[in-house]
Write a protein that binds this ligand. Structure first.
Ligand code: ADP
Ligand code: ZN
Ligand code: ZN
Length: 754
C-alpha cells in the first residue's frame, strides 16, 4: 500500500505533482489510473497516476487525491514511458504530452457524455435566389449578421445558385463551424435565427458509425514486382525494425500494405496505419474499409471527441480494432498487441506537430512504439533515405507503376522568357493553355497546382506602393475576393478591403500575384465550358466539403481541379492527363534549407497524379529557372542524383541528417526585450556549445500575433549526449527567466524542426 501518488497534470510545468492516497482509495490506485486532484487555490484537474511510492515530499503540505475515476488503467504498459520519451526528446513538459495524447473527454472532470451538436441551415423560405436577395437586402444595415449569413451561404455552397434553382445542397455545417469561419458570435447567429433566415437542428454525435461492410472485399493478388517487394520487406523485417519502401507513385504500395496488414491480422496482431492528414485521404480510407470492414477503426481530429473516447476505450477492451487508421495523434492510442506500423507518405511534413507543444514527429514517435515499422513513399525524406543507405533501416524499392503505366512526360516552360516576349496570358503559358484545351476536348481531366490560396497574395497601391499588412503579424495580407476581405494567414485575422489607399488616397489598389481563387476566375473565363472546382483550405473548411470535391472529380462531374498542395495527396484518378505546375519558383525560393527537398517532393507528387491507362500523362512545369539542376532532376524523376547532391550539401553545411538541429524561439510583446534576451541566451549557450550555436536572428516573419520573435539555431553532431544538451538548455532557460527584465518572456524549442 503506497502513501503517495505522482500525478501528471495538464499544466505546462515540468515534472509530476505528488498527492496523498487517502485510506479509502487504497487498493484502487495504480499507474495509468485517472484521478481528480486539487491544484493551486481553487482548481481541480483530471490527472494520470505515473508512479506510486512512500517518499513523503518535503517542504509543502501534500493534498489528498479527491476522486479516483477509473477502475482499470486507461494506459497500457509502456505508454507512460512513451510519453516520457516524447517529453524529454522534444523538450516539452510531460503535462503537454498528456494533453496531446488523450482525447478531451478523458481529461474532463465531468467525464465524457455522448452529446449533440448544433447544425445550422437555411429555412425553407429562403431557399431560392429572389428570397435570398431579399434577405441580403434586409441585412444591409446589419453588417455582422450579413457577414455571417454570407459566410453561411459560401460554406454550405448555397452561393453557387444558378438562376432560380438552388443546386442540391449543400454541405452540412455546424453552428460552431460557422462561428469560427465567419468570426461571428452566438448572438449574431441567434439574430439570424430569430429573423427566420437560418434555423438550427441537433444531431447526436458519438455514434461509432465507422467500419463498413461486414463482408469485406477480397484482397487483390500482387503483381510480380509487388510480390517481390513484399518478400523483400518481410526479409528485411527479420533483420531491421524499420524498412523504407521507396515506390514510385501508383506502383501499388497500398496493395502491398494491404497484404502486410492481412498477414499481421492472420497472426492475431494489430496494425497502426498512419497517414499525414486523414481528412485529405478519403480514398485511402475507403480502400482499407472495403478490405478490412469493421475490423478497421479510424481515429483523427475531425471526428468528434466522443468518437475518439469510444475508440480509446475499445482499444482497451477485449475486442479492440485490429487496424487503426489515423493521423499523427493515433500513435498515442493503446495497442495490446501491435505488430506493425505503416507510415504512409512518410516524407510529409504534416507528420510533425507544430503548435501546440509537444512538437513531435509522428514518424519518429511511431518507431519508438517498438513494432516493426514500414515507411512508404515515392519521395523519401532525406532522413529516412539516409538511414536506409547507411543500413540503419532496410530499403526496398519499386520502380515501375502498376501495369506498366508510364510516368508522365514533364515539359519545362521558361516563363521568364515568355514574359519578356509578352506571351504569358496571366499566369498561363501558351503551351499550358493548349494542353488543357486538348485534354478537355478529349474528355480527359486536368489538375492545376498553385501553392497559394486566396485571390492575390497581396494588394498594392499603384500610386505609392502601399501594401496593407496585418496589425498583429509582420506579414502582408492576402486578398480573398469571394469573401471580399483581406486575411492574415498567420493569425487568421480578417480586414475589410480598403477602397482607397490610406497613405496617398489613391483609388487604384491592385492584387499582386496569383492565388488559387484568381486562377479559378481566369480559368473560368478562358474555358467557360469546363466544369471547374477548387480545392484549398478555404473550400474545405466544412466536414464533407473535401469528400465532395474528390468524389465529384473522380466521378467526372468536374473536370478541371485547381488546388494547393492538398491535391498532391493520396489522389488516384485515372482520367487525369494533364497536370500544370504554375509556379515552381515560389517553392524553390523559400528561405529554408529544406526548400529544395520540399519543392522536389511537391513537384514529383503533383506530377504523379498525371497518367492514365494506355496514354502517357503530361506535366507542364512553369518556372523562371529552367536551368536549375533540381528542375532537371524532377523532369528525369532522378531521385538518386537529387538526393546525392542534396546530401553532400547537407554534410558540407552541417545540416540534417548529418547534424541534428534544435531551434530555440524567444517570444515577447516588446521587440527590444526579445532582442536583448536573444543575445543573452545566445552567449550563455555559446559558453557550453561554442560555435554550434548560431544567431539570434529575426525569422522571416518576425512578429506573429503581436509577439516579436527571435530564433537561435543549435547544430549538434550525431552521437552528442542529447540528455545533457537538454539539461543545459533548460538550465539556461531557468537562469534567463529568473531575470526580472525578462518577465513574460517565452522560450520554447523545436527539436528536429521541419
Ligand atoms: P501507390 O500507393 O504506390 O501510389 P496504388 O496502390 O494506389 O499505388 O496503386 C495504383 C492503382 O493501381 C490503384 O488504382 C490500385 O488499385 C491499382 N493496383 C495496384 N496494384 C494492383 C494489383 N496488384 N491488383 C489490382 N490493382 C492494383
Ligand atoms: Zn497609395
Ligand atoms: Zn496576423
Amino acid at each position: 500500500m503506497n502513501q503517495y501518488a505522482d500525478v501528471i497534470l495538464p499544466v505546462p510545468l515540468d515534472g509530476y505533482f505528488t498527492y496523498a492516497v487517502p485510506q479509502e482509495a487504497q487498493g484502487r490506485v495504480a499507474t495509468g489510473i485517472r484521478v481528480i486532484v486539487p491544484f493551486g487555490r481553487s482548481k481541480n484537474y483530471v490527472g494520470v497516476i505515473a508512479r506510486l511510492h512512500d517518499d513523503k515530499p518535503q517542504g509543502y503540505e501534500v493534498k489528498p487525491i479527491s476522486v479516483v475515476i477509473d477502475t482499470l488503467p486507461i494506459l497500457l504498459t509502456g505508454q507512460l514511458d512513451f510519453w516520457q520519451w516524447i517529453s524529454s526528446y522534444y523538450m516539452s513538459p510531460i503535462g503537454e504530452v498528456y494533453k496531446a495524447a488523450l482525447p478531451a473527454g478523458l481529461k474532463a472532470e465531468e467525464g465524457y457524455k455522448p452529446r449533440t451538436e448544433t447544425f445550422i441551415r437555411l429555412t425553407a423560405n429562403y431557399q431560392n435566389e429572389p428570397t435570398l436577395h431579399a434577405a441580403l437586402n434586409m441585412l444591409a444595415r446589419a453588417a455582422k449578421q450579413r457577414d455571417a449569413f454570407i459566410a453561411y451561404l459560401s460554406l454550405s455552397h448555397w452561393d453557387s445558385i444558378e438562376g432560380n434553382v438552388c443546386r442540391e445542397p449543400v454541405v452540412e455545417i455546424t453552428r460552431e463551424e460557422l462561428m469560427n469561419a465567419s468570426e461571428s458570435t452566438l448572438p449574431t447567429i441567434n439574430q439570424l435565427v430569430k429573423r427566420g433566415m437560418l434555423e438550427t437542428y441537433e444531431v447526436e454525435v458519438g455514434r461509432l458509425n465507422q467500419g463498413g461492410t461486414p463482408h469485406p472485399e477480397h484482397i487483390k493478388p500482387l503483381s510480380h514486382a509487388q510480390q517481390d517487394a513484399y518478400n523483400q520487406i518481410l526479409l528485411s523485417f527479420m533483420k531491421k525494425q524499420v524498412t523504407l519502401l521507396h515506390g514510385v507513385t501508383s506502383s501499388g504500395k497500398t496493395e502491398i500494405y494491404i497484404h502486410l496488414i492481412q498477414r499481421e491480422l492472420d497472426q492475431h496482431r494489430q496494425v497502426l496505419f498512419l497517414m499525414p492528414e486523414i481528412a485529405l485521404t478519403v480514398q485511402m480510407m475507403q480502400r482499407l474499409q472495403r478490405v478490412f470492414g469493421n475490423r478497421l477503426g479510424i481515429y483523427h481530429s475531425k471526428y468528434s471527441d466522443a468518437e475518439r473516447v469510444e475508440i480509446w476505450q475499445k482499444q482497451l477492451s477485449q475486442n479492440p480494432y485490429d487496424v487503426i487508421l489515423g493521423a499523427r495523434s493515433a500513435v498515442f492510442l493503446p495497442f495490446q498487441r501491435l505488430g506493425l506500423v505503416i507510415v504512409d507518405e512518410e516524407h510529409e511534413t504534416s507528420y510533425k506537430q507544430q503548435d501546440p507543444m509537444p512538437r513531435y514527429h509522428a514518424r519518429s514517435a511511431a518507431i519508438m512504439l517498438g513494432a516493426k515499422t514500414l515507411l512508404g513513399t515515392a519521395t523519401p525524406s532525406m532522413e529516412s533515405y539516409f538511414n536506409s543507405q547507411t543500413g540503419k533501416y532496410g530499403y526496398v524499392s519499386l520502380t515501375e507503376r502498376y501495369q506498366g503505366i508510364q510516368l508522365p512526360e514533364i515539359q519545362v516552360v521558361d516563363t521568364r522568357d515568355l514574359q519578356r516576349r509578352k506571351m504569358m496570358r496571366g499566369p498561363f503559358s501558351p503551351v499550358l493553355l493548349s494542353s488543357v484545351r486538348q485534354a478537355l476536348e478529349r474528355g480527359e481531366q486536368v489538375i492545376l497546382f498553385q501553392n497559394r490560396r486566396g485571390w492575390a497574395p497581396m494588394i498594392e497601391c499603384k500610386q505609392c506602393g502601399w501594401v496593407p499588412r496585418c496589425q498583429h503579424c509582420d506579414v502582408s495580407l492576402t486578398l480573398h475576393r469571394n469573401m471580399n476581405q483581406l486575411s492574415c494567414h498567420y493569425c487568421g485575422f480578417t480586414y475589410q478591403v480598403p477602397t482607397e489607399c490610406p497613405a496617398c488616397g489613391g483609388k487604384d489598389l491592385q492584387g499582386r500575384g496569383y492565388g488559387t481563387e484568381k486562377i479559378e476566375d481566369q480559368i473560368r473565363d478562358i474555358f467557360p465550358e469546363a466544369r471547374v472546382a477548387r480545392m484549398d483550405l478555404d473550400t474545405t473548411r466544412t466536414r464533407n466539403a473535401y469528400e465532395r470535391l474528390i468524389t465529384d472529380f473522380s466521378a467526372g462531374r468536374t473536370n478541371l481541379l485547381i488546388g494547393t498542395q492538398m491535391i498532391s495527396k493520396g489522389l488516384d484518378f485515372d482520367k487525369v492527363s494533364v497536370v500544370g505546375i504554375l509556379d515552381a519558383d515560389r517553392m524553390l525560393n523559400q528561405p529554408d534549407f529544406r526548400a529544395f527537398e520540399h519543392a522536389f517532393m511537391m513537384m514529383a507528387q503533383v506530377s504523379g497524379r498525371a497518367g492514365r491507362k494506355g496514354r502517357q500523362g503530361l506535366v507542364i512545369l512553369q518556372t523562371k529557372n529552367p536551368e536549375l539542376p533540381v528542375i532537371q532532376q524532377v523532369v528525369r524523376n532522378d531521385f538518386e542524383q537529387f538526393s546525392r547532391e542534396l546530401l553532400e550539401e547537407r554534410q558540407l553545411f552541417h545540416y540534417p541528417p548529418y547534424y541534428r538541429l534544435i531551434y530555440v524561439y524567444l517570444k515577447h510583446s516588446k521587440d527590444d526585450v526579445v532582442n536583448t534576451a536573444g543575445i543573452e541566451l545566445g552567449s550563455r549557450l555559446r559558453q557550453w556549445f561554442g560555435d554550434r550555436v548560431l544567431g539570434p536572428d529575426k525569422p522571416a516573419v518576425a512578429r506573429v500575433k503581436t509577439l516579436s520573435i527571435r530564433k537561435l539555431v543549435i547544430k549538434l553532431e550525431n552521437g552528442i549526449d542529447m540528455p545533457r544538451v537538454r539539461q543545459y538548455l533548460l538550465l539556461a532557460q531557468q537562469q534567463m527567466l529568473q531575470d526580472k527584465r525578462y518577465g513574460s518572456l517565452q522560450i520554447y524549442y523545436d527539436v528536429d524542426p521541419l
